[in-house]
Design a protein around this ligand. Structure first.
Ligand SMILES: [Zn+2]
Length: 270
């Protein structure tokens, strides 16, 4: 499943390829995704230009010149293709006047495509309850303190809760908690101010490192998927059960929290 850095990388690639391009045709080959693809509404974008491309959480937002926004989420296995070729599991093809073609392909069909009025995006059912963006200015110590203050759940589950903070997936949660020396089992409300600040910085650092890794492999890529392994580089704790902690040499342990694996060092993280 693509995580926030992958989606941000895809956003940049879309910007490089499709900004200011005018849509000339929409073809819906298979409308079955998480929600039915709104074919009629998509056709309203034809003859209009993409004026900006944004990201909110893991949603890609393509703003068109007629004040409509195309919302795309890649779900588990969604891919955006710019190579102009046809594949099994292609769902939607957008063709632009320049000849460029953007194809949405999804094997497991958990992704989604929707349309809304650009001015009404913040009220969209999928967008309105999303938490703070970790790479934007509202991700402050004060705001995090407020968010965590009455949360009895563990800090790992709190930072992974998209209604509180968006884009901190399972890998980045384990890595950030190790980096800030905080046990994933601590109650969110128990964090002291300096710990919140360390965690905040660690989340930013971890996401930025992943972005940098993605950005450097971005050149010429035509398959905009999040599962290409760009970020499977050296983790500090993630997927390192039984291996020596890079800080103290004690074995990293793996536990389950809400069904997801958490990796941490019981010596370094308190
Ligand atoms: Zn350690």
């Amino acid at each position: 499943m693509p995580e926030l850095p992958e989606v941000e990388t895809i956003k940049k690639a879309l910007e490089q390829n499709l900004l200011d391009q005018t849509l000339s045709a929409v073809e819906v080959l298979n409308p079955k995704l998480r929600f039915k693809v709104p074919t009629k509404e998509l056709k309203a974008l034809v003859d209009h230009k993409i004026i900006s491309i944004r990201r909110r959480s893991k949603y890609l937002l393509l703003d068109f010149s007629n004040a409509l926004t195309l919302i795309i989420h890649l779900g588990m296995t969604g891919r955006l293709l710019l190579d102009g070729k046809s594949y099994k599991h292609d769902h939607v093809i957008l063709t632009f006047k320049s000849g460029q073609r953007l194809t949405y392909n999804d094997v497991r069909k958990f992704g989604l495509i929707d349309i809304c009025q650009s001015g009404d995006l913040d009220n969209h059912k999928l967008i309105k309850n999303l938490g703070i963006e970790p790479l934007e200015s509202k991700f402050t110590k004060a705001n995090l303190k407020e968010i965590f203050s009455n949360k009895s759940k563990s800090i790992k589950l709190a930072i992974m809760d998209a209604n509180l903070v968006v884009g901190v997936g399972n890998i980045y949660a384990s890595e950030s908690l190790f980096e800030s020396k905080i046990s994933p089992l601590r109650q969110a409300s128990s964090l002291k101010e300096f710990e919140i600040e360390n965690l905040r910085k660690a989340i930013i650092k971890t996401l930025k490192a992943a972005l940098k890794a993605g950005g450097s492999t971005l050149k010429d890529f035509k398959h905009l998927s999040g599962d290409s392994g760009y970020f499977q580089h050296s983790f500090l704790v993630y997927d390192r059960e039984g291996q020596a902690c890079k800080n103290c040499k004690k074995a990293i342990i793996r536990i389950k929290q809400q069904g997801r694996s958490t990796f941490y060092c019981t010596n370094c993280q308190k």
